[in-house]
Design a protein around this ligand. Structure first.
Ligand code: HPA
Length: 270
């Protein structure tokens, strides 16, 4: 794995105009932000040695190096989901490569189902903690001390300072944001009503099929992490309706300008 990471990082490094300290995983809800990046160089995932290839609808696969405002960023347009069949090492490989390239702060977005009864469709949730229910752990197996410690602390996985800043930015712009716990599940099924209830009972505010593996690896690699969810549907008793991927995309699209604004200002405040 170490050799692969180095090989990929070396390949990219020679072709990159600069090495950004900020990495962004443009999940559902951050397509808008991608449009604001002044692109200097981009790589299709298919052209990057050792990179898996994204297959799911609505996620194109490109690594973008450019400027967001004045800030140099390295952005993944499209991520790898466990439900697509990748191993956890594959899902999180790009995060390892980001770290090898010098990224220190990682921002992520996703779409999620809301289980907190106070949530509404189309709201934003700042992730302040997570629950990992994936059946495979990204750090399982031999630990490479060069990458991080064997038993990483997860007590502040989501950087409190970044959360505070994001809340300030949201307040300044009159954007209503919630804060809560994201539960990562393997999917690809959306939850049954009983599963939503179960996830709520164990302490989650929102549920989705991504983010947790990347965050674990980023924390292992000692990166500062900030994540946000768009609540695209509700897993609240009495409010559960049929949900489709298209609807999830649609809600996410309508809310993304707000999330993009918060992310953009957060990045420029770093
Ligand atoms: N469950 C899991 N993943 C999701 C959901 C959901 O309700 N909505 C968007 N992604």
């Amino acid at each position: 794995m170490l050799k692969k990471i180095q090989e990929t990082a070396n390949y990219l490094r020679t072709k990159m105009p600069f090495l950004p300290k900020v990495g962004i995983v443009l999940g559902t809800g951050l397509g808008e932000l991608a449009k604001e990046i002044k692109i200097e160089t981009e790589f299709s995932y298919t052209d990057i040695p050792n990179f898996p290839i994204s297959t799911v609808e609505g996620h194109s696969g490109k690594l973008i190096i450019g400027y967001l405002g004045d800030v140099q960023v390295l952005a993944m347009q499209g991520r790898f989901h466990y439900y697509e069949g990748y191993s956890m090492q594959e899902v999180t490989f790009p995060i390892r490569v980001m770290k090898a390239l010098g990224v220190e702060i990682l921002l992520l977005s996703n779409a999620a189902g809301g289980m907190n009864p106070e949530f509404e469709i189309g709201e934003l949730m700042i992730i302040n903690d997570h629950i990992n229910t994936f059946p495979e752990h990204p750090l399982r197996g031999k630990n490479y001390n060069e990458l991080g410690t064997r038993f990483p602390d997860m007590s502040k996985a989501y950087d409190p300072e970044l959360i505070a800043k994001a809340k300030e930015i949201a307040k300044k712009h009159n954007i209503r944001v919630k804060e809560g716990v994201y539960l990562g599940t393997q999917g690809p099924t959306f939850e049954t009503p009983a599963e939503y209830k179960y996830f709520r009972i164990v302490g989650a505010d929102a549920v989705g099929m991504s983010t947790v593996p990347e965050v674990i690896v980023a924390v292992h690699a000692n990166m500062r992490v900030f994540g946000m969810s768009i609540i695209t549907d509700l897993g609240v008793e009495g409010k559960i309706v049929e949900v489709t991927h298209e609807e999830v995309q649609q809600v996410a699209n309508s809310v993304q300008p707000k999330m993009a604004l918060i992310m953009r200002e957060l990045i420029s405040s770093l």
